[in-house]
Design a protein around this ligand. Structure first.
Ligand code: GLY
Ligand code: MN
Ligand code: MN
Length: 441
């Protein structure tokens, strides 16, 4: 479990960065997620907004965090107070006292008091850090507080001079994972690996995609993961050519490939792993040829991942192998460089190779700064996930049509190079063929 000390360290790190940028009289305000109605009286399952959770570990809706680096008591939270009726219907809340005792806030207040207390908390601030546009109610409160200060400025405290978006500071902090974050992510990945092994072993032609999904996600639940980090993609046959296919309703055919793109969540960190395998337990020659190319491309991308390397260089390393493979398969003709230059590969490889991974599956963090690709540094975690997709009706040779392959691992940049956090999850053709369908019926 992430300790209260870890959350406190994150807040302190952020407050130091805020003070460096804007002075100690800056104030930062962060809203939690809100509950969202699904239909009738039913809400979507609540998941805390990732940055709010990152800074607090507090998993309830209708909460606000106020950080004041220059104050004697810099951490204040507004929360839903204890409510005996709601406790009967949906369970207890941390409440005002619990928020101080369990979540390390210096002070906590009922959320109903935000309206009257926020202007007071902003009283000495010259800079307010707040990300407009995510929470309309809080947007109005912050706007009003800024306007009041301006109106009072002639006789009272000076006006607020700047409202800055905290996202750049928070996101660059979230981009570099602490040891505790890497442990949580590794646990999410280990659960995902267990789920994949059980699902591959259970797969047989004739099952439906949703049955494989159910086996996978039952293993996640059995191992304590509360939910997936994103909807599971369980794509058989030509569905594997649809990048974000989530219907998962089709019956799996005898000669189909099966593509599972999935990630269990643990402590809000999401794994993101893709394995593609023959449902029958044996690749056809065409499937195997395409698989070998994607695997070689993925290994080239992983090998390129290291501190000091540009984020984009991982994609370039993977892409080169994909294009060489497309020439070998007689899908493309010409020189590798000119095919890359003309983006001739795009009908068959249309996404990029990597994204940041963390609390969000497509995690925060810049990919470019001032037009330059971000330089990889220890603590960053990225996916390496090249693919080849030969959709029916594409210009690919008939023998390849209906084949979609993606192989996705999660890689931590370390001081000496990289650690493949997903390295124990089978992916060689031999390992996959041995595993698929091996569970007792
Ligand atoms: N699972 C979504 C992705 O791989 O980016
Ligand atoms: Mn991914
Ligand atoms: Mn994925």
């Amino acid at each position: 479990m992430t300790t209260p000390a870890e959350f406190a360290r994150r807040r302190q790190q952020l407050m130091r960065a805020i003070a460096r940028e804007s002075g100690r009289d800056a104030v930062a305000v962060f809203p939690s997620a809100r509950e969202v109605v699904r239909n009738g009286d039913v809400h979507h399952q609540f998941r805390q907004e990732s940055t709010f959770w990152y800074l607090t570990g507090f998993a309830e809706p209708d909460a606000v965090l106020v950080l004041r680096p220059g104050a004697d008591h810099p951490v204040a939270m507004f929360v839903r107070p204890h409510d005996p009726v709601m406790a009967v219907w949906v369970g207890p809340r941390a409440g005002v006292d619990g928020t101080v005792e369990q979540y390390g806030a210096d002070a906590a207040h009922p959320i109903e008091e935000l309206d009257s207390l926020l202007p007071r908390m902003l009283a000495g601030a010259r800079t307010v850090y707040y990300a407009f546009g995510a929470d309309a109610v809080l947007d109005t409160l912050v706007t009003r507080a800024v306007a009041e200060r301006r109106d009072m400025a002639q006789r009272g405290p000076a006006a607020i001079e700047a409202v800055r978006d905290p996202s750049a500071l928070v996101d660059s902090q979230r981009l570099v994972k602490s040891a505790a974050e890497v442990r949580a992510l590794q646990h999410a990945i280990d659960i995902t690996g267990e789920g994949l092994q059980v699902a591959l072993a259970a797969t047989r032609p004739g099952m439906h995609e949703y049955e494989v999904q159910a086996v996978l996600e039952q293993e996640y639940r059995r191992l304590g993961s509360p939910r997936e980090g994103f909807p599971t993609i369980a794509a058989s046959g030509e569905n594997s050519c649809t990048l974000h296919y989530v219907d998962n309703r089709r019956q799996i055919g005898q000669r189909d490939l099966m593509l599972l793109d999935t990630g269990a969540e643990w402590e809000y960190y999401s794994a993101d792993v893709t394995r593609t395998y023959p449902a029958s337990g044996k690749f056809t020659a065409a499937q195997r040829a395409a698989y070998d190319i994607v695997l070689a491309s993925q290994e080239a991308g992983i090998a390129k991942t290291a501190p000091g390397v540009a984020f984009h260089a991982v994609h370039q390393a993977s892409l080169r192998v994909i294009v060489e493979g497309l020439i070998d398969l007689k899908v493309l003709r010409g020189s590798v460089d000119s095919l890359i230059e003309r983006e001739a590969y795009r009908p068959y490889y249309m996404h990029s190779t990597s994204h940041w991974l963390g609390l969000d599956v497509h995690d925060v963090g810049r990919y470019r700064t001032d037009g330059k690709s971000t330089t990889l540094a220890p603590g960053m975690v990225l996916t390496v996930e090249p693919g080849l997709y030969f959709a029916p009706g594409s210009k690919a040779p008939k023998r390849l049509q209906g084949i979609g392959i993606r192989i996705e691992d999660d890689v931590l940049v370390t001081p000496s190079g990289r650690r493949n956090l997903t390295g124990r999850i089978p992916k060689t053709p031999e390992a996959l063929e041995a595993l698929v369908g091996s569970a007792a019926r």
